[in-house]
Design a protein around this ligand. Structure first.
Ligand code: ADP
Ligand code: ADP
Length: 228
């Protein structure tokens, strides 16, 4: 379902961030992407949601060849994915409800369906009671839960998360992980770049380690493998 073959990414300034990367990820897998800063993790992830284009090689997601995807087709493609960021990226002037509803409004779902779906998604992340609040009125962990709700509201097959617990304290990070586990249990593929050694070593999943733009390790139920 996700297939990368011999992917290279060279940025306009000449930096080669990813070089000769091949990987296959099946539907329903939970994959941690680990490695030191500057290793190419974010670039790897950005290419998956077509924020960056590979300079060479093929990326196929659910049958779509991302290298050949027309600019005009990107928004449609992205609707098949959920993306979660370290810094949440919520719309500050919209309420919790509206932040989550947004993705369904742009595809012009029925208002009745939107309301039902948004509320059940907020229930999943345990934030139904804060639907009327603004992001600034919430804790970091709550904001991340809103952003997870937003990422899954249109039932994507894949959720991609770039350091989703990077700005959160340990206890909150575990709560966030519980939600990702629940989403994965329901069949969604999860791809998560993380520096959280404790989490990776405790909630075991496939670990792909990247260094210098290359995969140096790929293990089922692997460990974090770095000191910090
Ligand atoms: P990681 O997420 O593992 O920290 P990145 O993918 O962010 O790694 O970065 C990999 C390399 O690519 C680094 O050397 C970084 O400086 C470089 N890089 C990342 N983004 C850009 C960019 N937009 N332009 C130029 N170089 C970049
Ligand atoms: P319940 O029926 O479970 O009590 P409600 O329908 O009362 O849920 O909605 C809970 C919260 O969700 C409300 O307080 C409201 O802020 C928000 N909400 C519901 N529908 C909308 C909407 N269409 N636009 C904006 N916010 C909404």
């Amino acid at each position: 379902m996700i297939e990368m073959e011999d992917v290279y990414k060279k940025y306009p300034n000449g930096v080669v961030a990813v070089s000769g990367l091949s990987v296959r990820i099946n539907q329903g897998e939970f994959v941690y992407i680990v490695g030191p800063s500057g290793a190419g993790k974010s670039t790897f992830i950005k290419m998956m949601y077509r924020e960056e284009k590979p300079s060479k090689g093929t990326i196929m997601i659910n049958g779509v060849n991302l290298g050949k995807l027309k600019e005009s087709k990107i928004p449609h493609f992205r609707r098949q994915l959920g993306v979660v960021f370290q810094d949440f990226k919520l719309l500050p002037k919209l309420t919790v409800y509206e932040n989550v509803a947004f993705a369904l409004e742009v595809i012009e779902e029925q208002p009745k369906y939107i309301k039902k779906r948004v509320m059940e998604t907020l229930e999943l992340v345990n934030l139904k009671h804060k639907a009327r609040m603004l992001p600034t009125e919430l804790s970091g962990g709550e904001q991340q839960r809103v952003s997870i709700a937003r990422s899954i509201v249109n039932s994507p097959k894949v959720v991609i998360a770039d350091e989703p617990t990077g700005n959160l304290d340990p206890e909150t990070s575990w709560e966030i992980m519980k939600i990702f586990e629940e989403i994965n249990t329901r069949g969604t593929t999860i791809l998560m770049a993380t520096h959280n050694k404790e989490i990776v070593n405790t909630i075991r999943h496939r670990v792909i380690a990247i260094e210098n733009g290359q995969i140096i390790r790929d293990e089922q139920r692997g460990d974090y493998g770095y000191e910090s």
